[in-house]
Every structure is written in structure tokens, then in C-alpha cells.
Design a protein around this ligand. Structure first.
Ligand code: FES
Length: 599
């Protein structure tokens, strides 16, 4: 009897083991990578043999998760210049968890060096990412991203494939230090260049500040676009907790990268694909978090584009409906005082999200398998000066406001928290610049007919017009206005604005001038009404007069060298800012299908 019991127990153990092995084997054999590496034929030989040329043992091809490390390292992208070392940490994590890492480069976009603007290439880089993932034997991917456009480009590309994906941001630089004070990336540049123009700073001091502002690896350390997008990665749930703020050179950034490597292997096992994380709830949370951190207006365009790729319906109005009334909790430049390093030491993004308890969707899943709320519900705040509470915020109603009117039928964007309150309702005479060259030529002209009550208007800086949608929306003020001590004027354009900039700046006017939007018809002397509370942007010109001007309008021609290649493809297919400025044929996803054999 006893023997019989032992026998059946042994049988049950044996059967359980068999079942486990069968499941495991089944899981392994259905992985994408096995369509390459699991083959016993000639093609299998080819797929494996060349990879073995650097000493990869045969057992690495046994069906374990093959993880791509999508690397935007480039010396031409200073913010991502430490990514070789970061990739090594990810690799260690992947090996520790039993995966097989394969690192690959993709187009990298350095915000400060690329001309005419890095945004012109965001969609191109996203195509590189999408096709590189799909065309290769990858089961999951780790995205290494830092500088502004690298983050949305990688998320967009990965969303169109939809394999298990985890994001690792490169982290911000250490705080800039200049003559005993803090100096924030970008934000300090705009301030100091105005000081030089106003004669308050010498050229030598300006050069000295260059060396003081950027003194370590990492991306801009204000709450500019890179920090905003790194926060979006965390808020969307694509990154691990604290992805947003750990400084690039802090050892804990390496720990995060290593943990991401470990986790992606489990995510492949769990089939936790990107579309299970990038849900409507995740985007809504990201919009809320963007308000709470005082995030960049560029996030609007990028999140619309990412949502378009993964198939989530998100539009411009959602930004206003979901986020505008929420407070900004962070006292960070460009709106405030502190920098990203201070933010991390104060508790980082989890401490901000914890404050959003009453508005956050607590069910949104994140890459570590927990919900966003589970990750943040106990997060400590070590410095309430940097991270304020929901009830006593740094700024009230700090989200993005969406304006409409006859000047922007499809919408325009303003960040009220970065604007001068007195200018949020304003009527002024338009001083028009036809394009950025015209602006640069005339803005310093002492004879320019302008005063601080005017509205500066800049055309042809949108997606098609620039092309690529320049960060030119925060136009410099005319010197004669600056000399009066005026620091802000209402500015209206179809351009974007650097996330590190500030002012009463109406951006992303859609449709843009080069696409025949009403902005193209504005003339010097017209009156423009801005009323942010009423969400109104109105050109005080009759419909009849606008129709007359339209009949005389012709589309500005791009120079001949911009009428071929990528730029032509881009201009012919780019959508307007209110749709995310993606190419029309890239919207949506093709999924992770395995392409046919290459022989
Ligand atoms: Fe790269 Fe600012 S220039 S993040």
C-alpha cells in the first residue's frame, strides 16, 4: 500500500516535470528567433554560423529569449555618448536571466548638431528601428534612448512591431555650475543669450558658461524635452521606476539598465508585448504626469505619434481635457528653480505619481509586471521644496491648453505655466515674419515697427514648411523691447519650442502656413486675440478679406536640394502637428510577423 502511494507520487512528479518541460519546449519553439536559429537545415546553418564568428556557444541558440539592445550611441549625439557602457550593463542583466543579447545600432538624433532640425529625422529613425527589430531574430527589445528625438523615434518604431519592449533612458547630466550658481541646459542659454544681446553679459563670460553648463554624460538636465520624454517612458509604464531622473553618471543608472536586461527576458516569457502596456489608460496617465512635472510641449506631438503607431485613439483635445487643470508639482527649470539631479535626490518620478493618487489610473500595467500605482504608492518625498504636494503645488492648472479659432482651425498649443499671466488674455498688432530667415534678418533692426504690445508671428516653420518643424517658436524679443526690461511678448507660430524655453508662446498652429493654413494669410498690422481661458486664438480679419488673400497665396517652394530623397518623402507625407507629425503611411503597426527567408 505504502509502496503504491510512493509510486503514484513519483508518477505525479514525473508527469508534472514532463508537463513543465513540454510547456517550456513549446514556449521556446514558438519564439520568433527560432524561425532563424531553431532551424536544422541549410538556412539554420547560415543563420547561426555567422553569429558564432565571435565565439558564441551553440547552446545560445537553444530557444532562449533573444533580446535586441537597440542602441542610439553616437558621438554625434552627445547626450547618448555613454550608451556603449550602458548597453554592457543591459547585456549582463540579459545573460543573468538566461537570455541571449544582441546589440544593434540605429540612427541616432543629436538635438544640438542636426540641421535643419532633429525632428525632420524622427520618423526616419523610427522606420530604422521598426524594420531592424522585425527583420532580425529578436523576441524582445531594450530601447536605449536619451536625447530628445531618440525617445519618441524608438518608441514609435517599437510600437509598430509590438514585441515585448522595455525602455532605458540614459539619464540627465549633473547640474551645470557657473560662478557659484546652478546653470540649466538650454534654459540658461536662452537667458544668457538675451543678456549678451542686452549688453548685460560679455562674450568671454558667455564662452566660460559653455564649459560649465554641460560637465558630465547625460541629456539636458532641465525639465526639457529629453527629461520630459524620459518621464513619459516611466509614466507610460515602458520603463522601470526611476527611469526618468537617475543621473547618467550615478551608479544606480547602471543598476537600472542591468535590471531592465533581467526583466526583458521575463517579459518575453510572459508575452508582455508593448500593446499590453501602451493602453489608453497609460497615455492618460502620461498626460497627467506631464502636467505634474511641467513637461515640454513637444510631448504632445510625440505621444500623439506613439499612440497612432500602437493603435490608441488619442487627440489634441485629450491634453486639455485630461491634463490642463492639474497642478505642476515640480519646481524645476525652465518653469522653476531646481534641476534633474535635485529631482532624483528628492524622490524622482514615483514621488510625483504618488501625489497624483486622486487622478491617476491605478490599473495601468508597467514593464515590471506591477501597476503604476503599485510602483509608486509608497514612494517617499525627501525634499518637499522640489516636489510639492497636490494640495500645495508649485503651479495651479499647469497642463497644456489647446487653442482653437480662425487662426488655428485644427488647434494650437500653449503652456500657460510657462507664460506671463498678464499676457494670457491679450489683443495685439501682428508683426509678421514670413520664415526663420526673415526673422533672423529683421528682429534686431532698430527700425522694426514693434513694441511690447505687439504679437510676433512666425510662418513656415511647421512640419512641411521648415521642413521638420523647428524649435523656433520662442522667437527672440526685439532689442528695443528688451532694453525696456520687458521679458515676454505674445508669440504665435507653426513651430515647436524647445522644452527648455518659456514665455507666452503659441505653438504648433495647425494647419501650418506651408500647408495653406490661415497663418499663411496673416499680414503686418492685423490684430490677433489670444484668450487662453476661452481657448481662443482669433485673427481679427473678415472672412471676405481672408478669402481675397487666399486667392493670392501660393505655396512656398523648398530649395531644389530639398526636393529629393528623404526630405521629399517627408514633405509629401508628413501629417500636421495636431496628428503627431508622423508620416501618413507609418501610422499603425504591422506587428512582429517573421519575414520570408533571405535565400
Ligand atoms: Fe540632447 Fe538636450 S540636447 S537632450
Amino acid at each position: 500500500m505504502k509502496q503504491g502511494k510512493e509510486c503514484s507520487a513519483r508518477l505525479r512528479t514525473h508527469l508534472a516535470r514532463e508537463t513543465t518541460m513540454t510547456d517550456d519546449t513549446k514556449k521556446k519553439s514558438t519564439r520568433r528567433s527560432q524561425a532563424w536559429f531553431g532551424r536544422q537545415d541549410r538556412d539554420g546553418f547560415i543563420y547561426r554560423s555567422w553569429v558564432k564568428n565571435r565565439g558564441i556557444p551553440h547552446d545560445q541558440f537553444d530557444g532562449r529569449p533573444v533580446i535586441g539592445i537597440c542602441n542610439t550611441y553616437s558621438e554625434l549625439t552627445p547626450c547618448n555618448s555613454h550608451f556603449r557602457a550602458l548597453a554592457e550593463q543591459v547585456k549582463i542583466g540579459i545573460w543573468e536571466a538566461g537570455g541571449f543579447p544582441l546589440e544593434f545600432p540605429v540612427m541616432s538624433l543629436g538635438e544640438t548638431l542636426l540641421r535643419p532640425t532633429a525632428m525632420l529625422y524622427r520618423n526616419l529613425a523610427s522606420m530604422d528601428v521598426e524594420e531592424s527589430i522585425r527583420a532580425n531574430p529578436l523576441d524582445g527589445v531594450v530601447l536605449l534612448m536619451g536625447c530628445d528625438k531618440t525617445t519618441p523615434a524608438l518608441l514609435m518604431g517599437a510600437a509598430s512591431v509590438d514585441v515585448p519592449t522595455i525602455g532605458v533612458s540614459g539619464g540627465p547630466m549633473l547640474s551645470g555650475k557657473y560662478r557659484g550658481r546652478e546653470l540649466g541646459s538650454g534654459t540658461g542659454v536662452w537667458q544668457m543669450s538675451e543678456d549678451v544681446r542686452a549688453g548685460k553679459m560679455t562674450q568671454e563670460e558667455f564662452f566660460e558658461a559653455e564649459s560649465c553648463m554641460h560637465r558630465s554624460h547625460g541629456h539636458c538636465m532641465t525639465m526639457g524635452t529629453a527629461s520630459t520624454m524620459a518621464s513619459m517612458v516611466e509614466a507610460l509604464g515602458v520603463g522601470l521606476p526611476h527611469n526618468a531622473a537617475i543621473p547618467a553618471v550615478d551608479a544606480r543608472r547602471n543598476v537600472l539598465a542591468r535590471n531592465a536586461g533581467r526583466r526583458i527576458v521575463q517579459m518575453v516569457d510572459e508575452d508582455l508585448v508593448l500593446s499590453k502596456i501602451l493602453t489608453r489608460q497609460a497615455f492618460e496617465n502620461a498626460i497627467r504626469v506631464n502636467a505634474a512635472i511641467g513637461g515640454s510641449t513637444n510631448a504632445v506631438i510625440h505621444l500623439l505619434a506613439i499612440a497612432g503607431r500602437i493603435g490608441i485613439k488619442l487627440d489634441l483635445k485629450d491634453w486639455d481635457d485630461i491634463g490642463q487643470q492639474l497642478p505642476c508639482l515640480l519646481d524645476l527649470q525652465p518653469s522653476g528653480k531646481f534641476l534633474m539631479e535635485d529631482f532624483y535626490y528628492a524622490g524622482g518620478l514615483p514621488a510625483v505619481i504618488r501625489q497624483l493618487e486622486s487622478v491617476i489610473d491605478k490599473t495601468a500595467l508597467t514593464a515590471n509586471g506591477k501597476t503604476l500605482w503599485e510602483n509608486c504608492q509608497d514612494a517617499p518625498n525627501w525634499n518637499p521644496e522640489v516636489i510639492r504636494s497636490f494640495d500645495q503645488p508649485f503651479k495651479e492648472a499647469a497642463g497644456i491648453a489647446i487653442l482653437k479659432g480662425n487662426l488655428a482651425p485644427d488647434g494650437a498649443v500653449i503652456k500657460p505655466s510657462a507664460a506671463t499671466p498678464a499676457l494670457l488674455k491679450h489683443r495685439g498688432r501682428a508683426v509678421v515674419f514670413e520664415n526663420s530667415d526673415d526673422l533672423h534678418k529683421r528682429i534686431d533692426d532698430e527700425n522694426l515697427d514693434v513694441d511690447e504690445t505687439c504679437v510676433l508671428v512666425l510662418k513656415n516653420c511647421g512640419p512641411k514648411g521648415y521642413p521638420g518643424m523647428a524649435e523656433a517658436g520662442n522667437m527672440p524679443l526685439p532689442p528695443k523691447v528688451l532694453r525696456k526690461g520687458i521679458t515676454d511678448m505674445v508669440r504665435v507660430s507653426d513651430a515647436r519650442m524647445s522644452g527648455t524655453a518659456y514665455g507666452t508662446v503659441v505653438l504648433h498652429v495647425s494647419p501650418e502656413a506651408a500647408a495653406g493654413g490661415p497663418l499663411a494669410l496673416v499680414q503686418n498690422g492685423d490684430f490677433i486675440e489670444l484668450d487662453v481661458e476661452a481657448r481662443k486664438l482669433h485673427l481679427d480679419v473678415s472672412d471676405e478679406e481672408l478669402a481675397r488673400r487666399r486667392a493670392q497665396w501660393s505655396k512656398p517652394e523648398l530649395p531644389p536640394q530639398m526636393q529629393r530623397g528623404w526630405v521629399k518623402l517627408y514633405v509629401d507625407h508628413v501629417q500636421q502637428a495636431n496628428q503627431g507629425a508622423d508620416l501618413d503611411f507609418l501610422v499603425g503597426k504591422s506587428g512582429p510577423y517573421v519575414p520570408k527567408d533571405n535565400h
